[in-house]
Design a protein around this ligand. Sequence first.
Ligand code: UD1
Ligand code: CA
Length: 463
Amino acid sequence: MPRKQLTAFVLAAGLSTRMKSEKQKTLHEVCGRPLIFYPLKALQDAGIHKIIVVVGHKKEELQSSIKKYFKNIIFAPQKKALGTADAVKAGLAKFKGENDILIINGDAPLLRHETLEKLISFHEENRADISLISAEFKTPPAYGRIIRTGHNKVFKIVEEKDASIEEKHIKEVNAGIYCVKSSFLKHAIKNISNKNKKNEFYLTDLVSFSEEAYVYKTSNNLEIFGVNDRKDLELIRSQIQKNINEKHMLNGVTLINSENIYIDNDVEIENDVTIHPNTHLKGKSKISKNTIVESHCFIENSEIGEGCHIKQSSVIEESTLKKNVTVGPMAHLRPLSIVEENARVGNFVELKKTTLGKNSKANHLSYLGDAHIGAHVNIGCGVITCNYDGFQKHKSTVSDGAFIGSDVQLVAPVKIGKNAYVGSGSTITKNVPENDLAIARTRQTNIKGYAKTLKKIKGFQKK
Ligand code: UD1
Ligand code: CA
C-alpha cells in the first residue's frame, strides 16, 4: 500500500504523571521544539500526511502548538486517559476508510523516518494483522516485554508492571510503534479489557487477539526511547543536540567542545564558522561564513553576517549584524537592532531598536535605544540616548561622520547633523546642525588655592 494512503495515529493524550509537570509531556521543549514535533516530522518525512493526533490532557495548548508547525492534522479527543487502547479508540472515531494504520506514541522523539519506512515495508511483506517494532537492551527499561513464538513472530506483550520475574528477564522490549490492518483493529480493540495492574486498556493486548503478529527488531535502541520523566527528557535532549551538532560539524562548522554548545533545530550555520563552548544559538538564527562566536554567547532569532567576531558573553536578540562586525565582549543587542558592515559594538554596550551605521563605533559602556546612527560615527565612552520620558519613547538621529564625545546624553527626540561634533559631558537637548560643535555643560572654574581651605574646613590632615 502506498505510504500516502496510510493513516497515522499519534498518541499524546496521557496524563504525563511521571513528568510532575503542569505542562503536557509532549509540549516540553528540546532544542527549540516541543517533543511532539519530532515524531510528527518523522511521519511527514516518511511521506505520511494523513495524521490523527489523539489529545486529552491540556489539549488546547497541545493543539495550538502542533498547528504552528504542521497543517492538516486531525485531532481526536480522548475524554479520559484510560490507556493506550482507549486512545486508539478515540483515534478510530475520526478515522474513515479501510487503509492500514500506523500507530506511534507521541513521546518518542528520536524515531527516524527510515525506521518507519522499514516497518511499513515489513508489514506489507507479511500482511499480518499487526506488525510492531522492538529493540533489545542489556538492561531493559520498564517497557513492555516481547514474548515470541518464533522467528519474527510475537505471541504477546507483557507490560513491566504485570510481568513475572522470568518475563522481566526478557531483554526485547516493545517500542510502541505499530502498523495494523484497520479491519483487524476496529474489531480487536473492542475485546481489550483493563484487567491489569494499572487498570488501563493496553494497546499491546492487540497482539493476543491477532491471528499473526510480526515483530521487526531495530538495532538502533535509542530510537525507540520514550520520554516518561525528566531524566528521559535530558537523555533525549542530549541525543537530539548531538545529532544537530554533528550535522553542523559535517557541514564544515568548528564546534569547540561540542557537548557544551546548544544549537536549536532551525539554526543555519555556514561553513568555516567557529563556535566556542557554552554558547546558545536559538530560534531561527543564521550565522554566515568565517564568523567566530566566542564562549558564553546567547544568540536568538538573529542574523549574523560573514566574518563577524562576537566576543565572550554577548547577548544578541532578534537583531541583524552585517559583514565584518565586531560585538562584545559583554555586549547586549536587544530586539530590532542592526549593525552595519565593519561597525563595532564594544564591551558593556546595549543597543535597542537601533541602527549603527557602516564603520561606526560604540566601543565602551553605552546605551543606544531607538536611535539611528549613520556611517563613520564615533560614539564615545558612556554615551546614553535618553529615549524615554516616562510616557513614550523618542528617537535620536546621529548623521554620518558625527563625533559624540564621552559621557554625552542625547535627550531624545534629537538630531545630530552630518560631521557635527559634540563635546564630552554634554547633555544635548537641542538639534545640532551639520558641521557644528555643541558643548552643553557649565564652563569650568578654577579657584586658586581653595583646595587647601577645603581641607581645613573638613578637618582633613595630611599624614
Ligand atoms: C507504552 C507501551 C509499552 C512500550 C512503551 C514504549 C502500552 C500499554 N505500553 O508504555 O509496551 O514498551 O510504550 O515507550 O501501550 N496515551 C494516551 N492516552 C492514554 C494513555 C497514554 O494518549 O490514555 C499516550 C501517552 O501520552 C504517550 C503514549 O500514549 O504518548 C504512551 O503512553 P505511556 O503511558 O507513556 O506508555 P508507556 O508506559 O510508556
Ligand atoms: Ca511512554
